[in-house]
Ligand binder design. Structure first.
Ligand SMILES: Nc1ncnc2c1ncn2[C@@H]1O[C@H](COP(=O)(O)OP(=O)(O)OP(=O)(O)O)[C@@H](O)[C@H]1O
Length: 374
């Protein structure tokens, strides 16, 4: 049994502009101790998915359907009291902005100790000892004296480490990290990600890591789900996703990963933007931005399939993708380059069609990605 199993989750927001289809029929699972990445551009539905797991969706949002099984129990059917005891204890969450998670009027140490006392029933001395130990574990130098510092006396990186210490303080089975390092500079980002990874291994904690950055996922995760417009478009073990991506959107995301020695001034991004979730395009939501899109893509919504056989995906399939190319309806192979012209205004997509008819996408995407922006 998986630690977390999300089945057919659908979440909508009822706004004045219309009904936002934030998450649409989404399923995924995370095993005990597994590091699972969720990637996609802004607005893909990553945070809403995480908040739904924690049952933190507030009005005008509504979980329409689906189930969230944690250790086999459906969190969506639990009482408020039951779900509160799961939050923080068994599932913890780290948000992007540490400053908002720490209360400025209490010392960092007090806040961690309080969490420990509340969730684990430790007395004051035990909770303090454990807090200092955790601050030390997440790399806060001189943790004993830093215990009495207020949040403003910590740098941004240290604050984020303190939040991670707090999240790990109750030894959760699942730690959901929503863009945990986006606000930090790159060297600190790398260190914190390494710490999250090491700690997760040490505590045997599963991680759901939400990011828009496939480079981060490559460093940390075992498996990845790529989301677009509220739906999963590809799920795969991390290496397969990098070396043999099966969805054009995944390839597009990869072309924005910085590589050492990359001389482009600006990274290539996928032309266009995420569609309006109130009024989704017909057929495949990605078709307006897809260099492969054919007429059939505007009509049929592709199901997740096993790309090797074209058969509808099952729980046993490790690598699945939702692209008509793999249902056999398109005739050209998925060999193409996306060329982005003009870095200023009108970005233009050029398709070099059928160049590698029988092969998968050229995996060295940044180099294959057409014009350099220099
Ligand atoms: N409170 C809300 N009211 C209305 N719409 C919302 C609300 N919260 C989220 N949404 C919508 O749900 C969709 C998915 O948002 P979500 O925050 O999950 O995206 P994301 O992939 O996490 O993006 P980001 O990387 O920017 O955090 C977006 O279109 C967003 O506008």
């Amino acid at each position: 049994m998986s630690l977390l199993e999300v089945n057919d989750l659908t979440v909508k927001f009822y706004t004045e502009e219309g009904v936002v289809n934030a998450v649409d029929n989404l399923s995924f699972s995370i095993d005990r101790g597994e590091k699972f990445g969720v990637v996609g551009e802004s607005g893909a539905g990553k945070s809403v998915t995480a908040l739904s797991v924690m049952r933190l969706i507030e009005s005008p949002g509504h979980i329409e359907s689906g189930e969230v099984l944690f250790n086999g129990e459906n969190l969506l059917e639990m009482s408020d009291e039951e779900i509160r005891s799961i939050r923080g204890n068994e599932i913890a969450m780290v948000f992007q902005d540490a400053q908002t998670a720490l209360n400025p009027v209490y010392t960092v140490g007090e806040q961690i100790s309080e969490t420990i006392r509340h969730h684990l029933g430790y007395d004051e001395t035990e909770a303090k000892e454990r807090s200092i130990q955790l601050l030390d574990t997440v790399g806060i130098p001189d943790a004993e004296s830093r215990f009495s510092d207020y949040p403003h006396e910590f740098s941004g990186g240290m604050q984020q480490r303190a939040i991670i210490a707090m999240a790990l303080s109750c030894d959760p089975d699942l730690l959901i990290c929503d863009e945990p390092t986006t606000a930090l500079d790159v060297t600190i980002e790398t260190k914190i990600l390494q710490e999250i990874e090491t700690l997760a291994d040490e505590f045997d904690t599963a991680i759901q890591l939400i990011t828009h950055d496939l480079g981060v996922v490559a460093d940390v995760c075992d498996r990845v789900m790529v989301m677009y417009a509220g739906k999963p478009v590809e799920k795969a073990p991390v290496e397969e996703l990098y070396y043999d991506p099966k969805h054009p959107y995944t390839v597009g995301l990869m072309s924005s990963i910085p590589r050492i020695g990359d001389e482009r001034e600006r990274l290539q991004t996928i032309p266009g933007t995420m569609p309006d979730l109130v009024d989704l395009p017909s057929g495949c939501s990605f078709h307006p931005r897809c260099p492969y899109a054919e007429e059939s893509c505007t009509r049929s919504e592709p199901a997740l399939v096993d790309p090797e056989t074209g058969a509808v995906a099952t729980d046993d399939d490790e690598h699945v993708a939702a692209c008509l190319e793999y249902t056999g309806e398109l005739t050209d192979g998925l060999g193409y380059e996306v060329t982005v012209r003009d870095s200023s205004d009108d970005a233009e997509v050029e398709t070099v069609a059928g160049a590698k008819a029988s092969s998968a996408v050229d995996t060295d995407v940044p180099d294959a990605g057409g014009d350099r922006r220099d």
